[in-house]
Design a protein around this ligand. Structure first.
Ligand code: ARG
Ligand code: ASP
Length: 717
């Protein structure tokens, strides 16, 4: 009996140890429970070393990279590390058929050779503070719509007025669905140069087949450098700028980690929705994800067909293809994972338990309606949400001609609503991005994409929302008509169309068949879908806020209720750990270069391996970077809770040394944005030793190796 009791206690502790993981926490709020938990998992740092207001701390070495990714500073001359897929656009922009840096890689062996990227930015967080009461001031008693308006204007006002240095910015973001507001003082650097990138056969090894999959063998990293003005402050590109001197940079450890070792990741996770009700998850699984997947599936098939037979098209579409494919595949994995983990049923159980707590606390009048409100609203919004996703995917996202046409549509709207001056201003900014757009545009590819996508749009859109132009659609004929005549199909014609006074430009636009179609689709969407969607969505957001409040209020103080991701700086932590993807299968947490060679398919567009790397593998020429078994580590996984935006994030060991660069999650755990499970959700990181090995042995960029602070294991005496 006593033994049984011990066994139960033991099991309970084990379960708790697993269940404790997950969560993306604000770095300024780690003191207390989080710090204790991290120390129990093996961390040797203090919360103050991670985030400090007065001293330099780890957070000073973790900027957001170009809006969507994360990077980490790794030298005192502003060198930063991020993913290959985060630098991909920049690498692609510098590439031509003759100098194909995507294919061959790029290395600057001297600072003069580093390549400038005009629009790239890197943003550091200087300090973080709670401004909830300031933001919510004067909102009690207002209707929901007025309340949101007031909040938006207060945020805009505070963003300007809260004290900061001239070169800094204020950023105010909501946490817990509108229950908390936090201010970030930031510094954005604008002269960021490309320093190094491996060939895609390393940096993108396994490409889309291996994307979101473990075991993984991708050397997904690239290197940039931050430049600042003479005072070490942000400045736009100038040849007089100097390498940035950071407040902190990460030493890189080549000691290696073992399964169950502590690890943490800092970065800028973009968006999670961990507290959605069951009704929303059901809609995601059965209606929204399938529609988005169908659209992207069709677009990808067309692009792939063209890219395979033409190298120039391959370069033009590589980046676009990769980004369409990325979420296409993620939604497939997410849908599967949500089904397999019974997320809807689990959410229902959670809701039943919450209802019981609401009743027990006598809070029926405040919280008693939440779930029935959700049920009503999610059922009402379904068709509108579907229409919105289809519009976004077909028009705004995946058909290039419609995408450009929509910019002109907004231009005309601006004229109608705001007049001549607004029209002219926008027209002038439109010119800017358009060269880059047409550089990577191929009319045949897009025509074929259009033909597929417009047919899906006409078929899947709820009939009540269909514009008359798409009734009885002949997609082939329509594609032919538009793509052989529209000015949206090439740069010269596009520019010509925008020449002349406002009336002339508008007249030309409205005679264009491509524009006419965009206009009819957009009009129908904006009249029949958007207003009702916004109205219902606002209701759902208000309900979600109260729901979140109820969850926080009715949970014990010790509950780990982490805020959803919102592109702000977070810390997530856990252990290096394998997992069981299916019955009878266990995935170990480390991969090696041997596995790269096992996957090698000569000449294949996804699994080719550079000759030099094959030789280094044959000679086992791994220098000081091999693991204790004499193998070259490539990637590893852990229980850190990450999401899109965490790409490029530093993976740190118990001492805070860099041990890897985060770049993905495992297939079985891609549902973690909606339903995190510590059993199967894992983040994937490139091992820092592989990164150093590629820089040192493969690229022979000793200039870079010499800049780094590398921590080696102590030699055994
Ligand atoms: N899945 C990873 C993330 O969401 C990596 C994507 C880049 N690779 C690719 N093959 N598209 O961004
Ligand atoms: N690959 C993602 C990114 O680009 C990371 C993830 O979704 O796990 O941020």
């Amino acid at each position: 009996m006593k033994n049984l009791k011990h066994l139960f206690l033991f099991l309970f502790l084990c379960l708790n140890a697993v269940a404790q993981q997950g969560g993306m926490w604000l770095p300024n709020l780690l003191k207390g429970d989080r710090e204790t938990e991290m120390k129990n998992l093996g961390m040797k740092l203090t919360a103050e070393q991670i985030y400090s207001v007065n001293k330099s701390s780890l957070k000073d070495a973790v900027p957001q990279f170009d809006g969507g990714c994360t990077a980490e500073v790794i030298s005192n001359k502003g060198l930063i590390l991020t993913n290959h897929h985060c630098g991909f656009d920049a690498i692609q922009n510098h590439s031509t058929v003759e100098h194909d840096y995507l294919r061959d890689g790029f290395w600057a062996y001297k600072m003069e050779d580093e390549l400038a990227n005009p629009d790239m930015v890197v943003t550091f967080v200087v300090r973080i503070e709670d401004v909830t009461s300031k933001v919510l001031e004067g909102t009690t008693g207002l209707t929901e719509a007025d309340k949101q308006k007031k909040i938006q204007s207060t945020i805009a006002e505070l963003t300007k007025s809260l004290p900061k240095e001239a070169w800094q910015d204020n950023l105010i973001k909501t946490f817990y669905d509108g229950n908390q507001y936090i201010r970030f003082v930031t510094e954005t650097f604008k002269d960021i140069r490309l320093v190094g990138a491996p060939p895609s056969s390393i940096g993108k090894f396994g490409s889309d087949t291996d994307n979101w999959v473990w075991p993984r063998h991708t050397g997904d990293f690239s290197i940039f450098r931050i430049y600042a003005d003479k005072n070490n402050r942000p400045a736009t590109y100038s040849k007089d700028n100097v390498p940035y001197t950071p407040k902190y940079f990460f030493p890189i450890s080549i000691k290696g980690v073992k399964e169950n070792d502590f690890t943490m990741v800092m970065g800028y996770p973009g968006r999670t929705q961990e507290y959605l009700p069951s009704y929303a998850v059901e809609q995601l699984v059965n209606t929204l994800n399938p529609a988005k997947i169908e659209v992207r599936d069709a677009a990808l098939k067309v692009q792939d067909r063209f890219m395979r037979k033409d190298q120039a098209i391959k370069i033009q579409y590589a980046s676009k293809y990769a980004s369409i494919a990325n979420y296409w595949k993620k939604w497939i994995g997410e849908t599967k994972g949500l089904k397999k983990s019974n997320a809807i049923v689990e959410k229902q159980k959670f809701e039943a338990a919450l209802t019981a707590k609401i009743n027990a606390a006598g809070k029926q009048s405040e919280y008693g309606q939440l779930l029935s409100d959700f049920e009503k609203n999610y059922s009402a919004i379904r068709d509108y949400a579907l229409a919105r996703d289809l519009f976004t995917e077909v028009v705004l996202r995946n058909t290039e001609l419609l995408q450009t046409g929509y910019k002109l549509y907004q231009l005309e709207q601006l004229y109608t609503n705001k007049g001549e001056q607004a029209f002219t201003d926008r027209k002038n900014t439109l010119h800017k991005g358009i060269d880059a757009f047409y550089k990577d545009y191929n009319n045949e590819v897009d025509k074929n994409v259009f033909e597929q996508l417009i047919a899906i749009y006409a078929q899947r859109l709820p009939k009540a929302f269909l514009p008359s132009t798409l009734e009885n659609l002949n997609a082939t004929q329509m594609a032919q008509d538009i793509y052989s005549t529209s000015a949206l199909t090439n740069l010269e014609a596009f520019r010509k169309m925008l020449e002349g006074d406002t009336a002339t430009v508008l007249a030309k636009m409205n005679q264009d068949k491509g524009y006419q179609l965009v206009k009819s689709i957009a009009d129908a969407y904006l009249q029949k879908v958007a207003p009702k969607f916004d109205e219902l969505n606002l209701k759902n957001m208000a309900t979600q806020r109260t729901y979140m409040k109820a969850i926080v209020e009715l949970s014990p103080k010790s509950a780990r209720i982490f805020p959803d991701a919102n592109s702000t700086l977070r810390v997530t932590y856990g252990k290096v750990k394998g997992y069981k993807p299916t019955d009878a299968v266990y995935y170990e947490p480390f991969t090696t270069l041997d596995g790269v060679m096992e996957k090698y398919v000569p000449g294949d567009y996804e699994f080719d391996v550079p000759q030099k790397l094959i030789e280094l593998h044959q000679q086992k020429n791994y220098g000081r970077y091999a693991n204790t078994q004499g193998k070259m580590p490539v990637a590893f996984i852990a229980t850190n809770h990450t999401t899109g935006g965490n790409s490029g994030s530093p993976a740190l060991d118990a001492e805070g040394n860099l041990i890897g660069c985060n770049f993905d999650r495992v297939w079985e755990g891609t549902m973690s944005d909606v339903f995190y499970s510590p059993e199967i959700c894992r983040n994937i990181m490139v091992d820092a030793r592989y990164i150093l090995f590629i820089i040192d042995k493969f690229a022979n960029a000793q200039n870079l190796i010499n800049e780094l602070k590398i921590i080696s294991p102590k030699k055994k005496k």
